[in-house]
Design a protein around this ligand. Structure first.
Ligand code: KG4
Ligand code: ZN
Length: 336
């Protein structure tokens, strides 16, 4: 079964063709970073308009890459939420219209389910059940994943997501957009220990997180010390160390609490090198294994949507969709 995946929930247009027998055949992403950079953040209306411009050329590209024609498509999976309403509507409208004309099913997919299952696309995939650490721009959650559609929330952030904390802190340090990767890059040139930042909720005894205070603490350090370029790098390093320490500690605590031996890391922040190093070391010491999606599938892409849609179709567990058709800018994964 050949599944076309369409992702348009935020500032990346991603299309992919996944074959249930042959695996991922082609995927292509267009990032809108340049489009939004001048505004310091995503402008929803511009995002929607750009998705409209990119979607057909990207479809042609993945069809050519897979050596397939539109008539070979057996189903179309699209991100139905959560995300920006207008941006989601572009993908949903296109997917539903194409599915109608090809007379194939259209499958709404939860964006986080895409991220969560994306490590299963790698050559050495994890097996159910596993613990998943979802760290994106909008979410920070620990889940127990027993199978497709079986997601138990173990803990989550009470305020900002980890990626959001990276982005907001980068912005207040005057770094460019998108802030997360830039802050991480600068952190590699500095060293932690020179500034004092908290480790929020490290000893809270549960699996929840809180990152908004960290951003405020950085702001206070900037006000008090007016760091120069080298100081800023050290501050970034300390900030990254704080987030990484809390994420790694809680992920390991989740493994312990569930008795599971596999940790899956998904979402944009999963690309962070310091986080990977800390998790690799911690998980090995705990006698467990950690799995990441391929680096290019860490951030938003169509492959994870095609794959999640294919899993939903083959397991007969269609997501409880928004209704025929609609999108859900806010949508809890447990309700999918
Ligand atoms: O999963 P994703 O592509 O989009 C959402 O669904 O949110 O994640 C994007 C988030 C952004 O907040 C971005 O700053 C962050 O992931 N991010 C990083 C890194 N790469 C992306 N944060 C820290 N270090 C990175 N290397
Ligand atoms: Zn995402």
């Amino acid at each position: 079964m050949l599944v076309l995946g369409i992702e348009s929930s935020c500032d990346e247009t991603g299309l992919a063709l996944y074959d249930t027998a042959r695996g991922l055949l082609a995927h292509a992403v267009h990032s809108q970073i340049d489009l939004h950079a001048a505004y310091g953040g995503v402008v929803p209306e511009l995002a929607s308009r750009d998705h409209i411009r990119r979607i057909v050329p990207l479809l042609r590209q993945v069809l050519a890459g897979a050596g397939a024609g539109s008539g070979d498509i057996d189903a179309i999976a699209y991100t139905a939420g959560p995300g920006l309403a207008g941006a989601l509507l572009v993908g949903a409208g296109f997917a539903e219209a194409l599915a109608f004309s090809l007379q194939v099913p259209a499958v709404p997919v939860h964006h986080l389910e895409g991220h969560l299952l994306s490590p299963l696309l790698s050559a050495d995939p994890p097996h159910f059940p596993f613990v998943a650490l979802l760290v994106s721009g909008g979410h920070t959650q620990l889940m127990r994943v027993a199978g497709v559609g079986q997601y138990e929330l173990l803990g989550e952030t009470l305020d900002d997501a980890a990626g959001e904390a990276f982005d907001k802190t980068a912005k207040l340090l005057g770094l460019g957009y998108p802030g997360g990767p830039q802050l991480a890059q600068l952190a590699e040139r500095g060293a932690p220990g020179r500034f004092d930042l908290p480790r929020p909720m490290l000893h809270s005894g549960d699996l929840n997180f809180s990152f908004s205070g960290l951003k405020t603490a950085v702001l206070t350090q900037v006000r008090d010390h007016a760091p120069d370029a080298a100081g800023k790098a050290d501050l970034c390093a300390e900030f990254q160390a704080a987030i990484v320490e809390v994420l790694a500690a809680k992920a390991l605590a989740a493994l312990k609490a569930t008795g599971l031996k596999q940790l899956v890391v998904a979402g944009g922040v999963g690309a962070n090198r310091a986080l990977r190093a800390a998790l690799d070391a911690g998980v090995r010491a705990a006698g467990a294994r950690v799995f990441y999606p391929e680096l290019e599938l860490c951030t938003d892409n169509g492959a994870m949507i095609a794959f999640a849609g294919a899993q939903r179709l083959t397991s007969g567990k269609a997501a409880k969709a928004a209704g025929r058709f609609g999108v859900r800018p806010r949508w809890n994964l447990q309700e999918a």
